[in-house]
Design a protein around this ligand. Sequence first.
Ligand code: URA
Length: 433
Amino acid sequence: MRMVDLIIKKRDGHELTDEEISFWIEGYTKGEIPDYQSSAMNMAILFRGMSKREIATLTDRMEHSGEVIDLSDIKGVKVDKHSTGGVGDKTTIVLGPMVAACGAKLAKMSGRGLGHTGGTLDKLESIPHMSIAKTKEQMVEQVNDIGLAVIGQTASLVPADKKLYALRDVTGTVESIPLIAASVMSKKLASGTDAILLDVTVGEGAFMKNMNDARELARTMVNIGKSLSRDTVAVLSDMSEPLGMAVGNSLEIKEAIASLHGEGPEDLMELCYTAGSIMLVQAKQAKTREEARKKLHEVIENGEAFNKLLAMVKAQGGDVDYILHPEKFEISKNIIEIRSEQEGYIKEIDALGIGVAAMKLGAGRETLEDTIDMSAGIVLAKKVGGYVKKGDLLCTCYTNKEDYADVLEDIKASYVIVKEEVKALPVIREIID
Ligand code: URA
């Protein structure tokens, strides 16, 4: 078999056989097929798509390209969640403790941020001494003890995705439904979970820009999960404006702490309650989503969800003083307020624009080698639908850089303010199960 023939076959719109997909993924993982041929294949798939069978085979071959984790030593139903990425997305840090406080078992392997999307691991690492490197045995022990662990993916988990994702990121081939579906589901399947909650983001700050594509991606992933006997449900959530108010690592941890104290922004909390109620039913900790929602409200009100975050941070070596006293987090040297130059309703806060601006202020990486400034980022004062007068605060920017003037202009350009009244955007767009 020759890789070039498979590229031509896909380029011309034909289906690849299971053997051909195995040849590509195995050869690429071993380093026998070069990046340039895999890039060409990714681009052919982006334009030509894949059949259900091809996607199922690609997912399976990627899942088995490395270690497949057995979590059967964890007692009870293991649930996992995955977001397709967004700006200000600290959902796992709020939702994880909430569902664990209600009895679900969450053993989550998370990723780092790249480009305009932030990664949960980077956010967690803004808590001094917090360790995200754990062996499988340590993770199992921690989940059996406290119900929750959020750690980094081990190098041996789905190596094909690591290579392919890095390649797609620099070759304009991220936004392909078959490639995203196989990437997400291969990781979830390899990490040993019983049930999967997918948060498929949609809007300018997400990879799926419109509802039709988001729906197709969600259906594709739910079908893969179900065909392999994993209880899989997808929530389609809005990512046209940032989620919550804070964008940036320690700023988001502070928002997550406030949320667990019952002071979370409405959109973030609604996403956590909706996703959490599905997860509790999946984990057999509630019979209906309504009963689950009540339980989730209770653990926020009685402090048990906050205590779970404390327990997780302690178990992973983090300094719990920062969780108890978030004012201890270092604050950036430069704090710049952006105020409205007109009166009216906020119609748009472009999530992509805010995500890229936060990254430029120091909150994200432009290349994998960059180091992150944990204190940098942006805190919104109002969301879409909010009313501002001339001179009212739109957002506050935090940075240790000095050359930030252009970034402030980009942030201003992310806002659209109009005279006519604008309704707040609903965060939950649809549920697919
Ligand atoms: N998240 C993933 O894990 N993979 C993708 O391809 C896109 C988003």
